[in-house]
Ligand binder design. Structure first.
Ligand code: COA
Length: 376
């Protein structure tokens, strides 16, 4: 039987950290670290016992990824060649934790755009690639800070967390278990990025997004119909992070680089592009949507080359910025938040009846599609 409840996106919200690091600043810090490392290890390097480190380059970063800058929660320690990690005061349990704080900021933005009182929200899903702690759930802390009754829980599907969250919220609404659900994606990726790794030190940035998914009956007149969602996961070790509390079982390896983000970037590129393009085409076919007629693609923001290829396969021609907008240049890869930032910043100009696609992909592998149509 067809459900009488119809999930839509009422609004989205964005929190952008004030501080930003340009490629020039990032590379200067990285190369200072490389120089110091090589000087400190000069004898061992000369004896062939230690491999010298290679410098990074602004040109490589921009050409390989399209990233020019990234926002971070703590710029100075990340750029300090002796630290190269975020640092801030540890907060007492009574204070709002930092991940919840930026999630709340994005959620408030979404609520105010929808004209929604937090008291009328039924659930909070904190959908992000890195939680600050195992429990209590970040979502419950965000729920409490916003004054929401009902329930909240955390879900982690890496870069696809937000689209998986949207489908989960939409399913709650279809089933009548909730009428208004906040999907919050606070991504402090600077905490899991290895800023000393030349292959990946430029990739990530910090941000938080929120998506308010509601039953059409209570949504504002101007909203986005959710035409269909599809999720896919296929196990892969090509993007991996082994950090976790079971690392206590083998403390001798606790500081090794595999306890932060590591990837086989080339393999990811080659395997994920065809998987995602095919998934989009299959889902468009299932929904009776002509992919070439899609007004806009809000793709996951990991790499401009990947997005160009995926958009080309979907639209049948080279996509321009209007068809497939980029936010990666100033935000970097913001994990699950990327496609939501693109949607948030580049959707106001669409007209009623226009159809577009929010699409994520990343570690797992995981991928999610959300086809939407502008209403009102
Ligand atoms: N500065 C200068 N040169 C660098 C460098 C840096 N920071 N990092 C790597 N290089 C060099 C390498 O040493 C290599 O040199 P070689 O050819 O002499 O061996 C060369 O650049 C190419 O390295 P490679 O890692 O193969 O680069 P790439 O062109 O594949 O680009 C990624 C790397 C990560 C940007 C790219 O593979 C990518 O974006 N993949 C998609 C995956 C992704 O973004 N995942 C994120 C999670 S969803």
């Amino acid at each position: 039987m067809q459900s009488s409840y119809r999930p839509v996106i009422s609004a989205t919200g964005l929190f952008t950290p004030e501080e930003s690091i340009s490629n020039e600043e990032l590379v200067a810090s990285f190369n200072a670290y490389v120089e110091r490392f090589n000087a400190r290890n000069a004898e061992a390097i000369a004896a062939g016992e230690v491999e010298p480190l290679e410098p990074s380059s602004v040109e490589f970063i921009e050409k390989a990824s399209g990233i020019k800058a990234r926002h971070v929660m703590a710029k100075a320690p990340v750029l300090d060649p002796e630290i190269m990690a975020p640092r801030w005061e540890e907060r007492p349990n009574e204070a709002l934790s930092i991940l919840a704080e930026i999630g709340v900021a994005a959620a408030r933005d979404a609520l105010s755009r929808a004209g929604r009182d937090a008291a009328d929200v039924d659930a909070v899903l904190c959908a992000a690639s890195n939680m600050q702690r195992p429990y209590p759930a970040m979502a419950i802390e965000i729920q409490q800070a916003l004054g929401i009754e009902g329930f909240g829980f955390d879900m982690n599907v890496a870069c696809s967390s937000a689209t998986f969250g949207i489908q989960t919220a939409a399913d709650y609404i279809r089933a009548g278990n909730a009428r208004s659900v906040l999907v919050v994606s606070p991504e402090i990726t600077s905490g899991h990025l290895n800023w000393r790794d030349r292959d990946s030190h430029f990739i990530f940035g910090d941000v938080a997004t929120a998506v308010l998914v509601e039953d059409a009956a209570i949504a504002p007149a101007q909203h986005w119909d959710i035409l269909g969602t599809r999720l896919k996961t296929v196990f892969s070790n090509n993007i991996r992070n082994n950090f976790g509390f079971l690392n206590r079982a083998h403390p001798e390896t606790a500081d090794q680089p595999d306890k932060l983000f590591v990837q086989q970037g080339r393999k990811v590129f080659k395997e994920v592009v065809p998987m995602v393009a095919q998934m989009i085409l299959d889902e468009a076919g299932r929904l009776g949507i002509d992919p070439q007629a899609l007004r806009r693609l809000w793709l996951h923001q990991a790499n401009t080359g990947m997005n160009r290829l995926i958009a080309h396969r979907v639209l049948g021609h080279e996509a321009d910025e209007d068809e497939s907008p980029t936010v990666l240049d100033t935000y970097g890869n913001t994990s699950s938040a990327g496609s939501i930032i693109a949607f948030h910043l580049h959707s106001d100009d669409l007209e009623a009846g226009d159809t577009g696609l929010i699409c994520s992909f990343g570690a797992g592998y995981s991928a999610g599609t959300v086809f939407v149509r502008r209403m009102g």
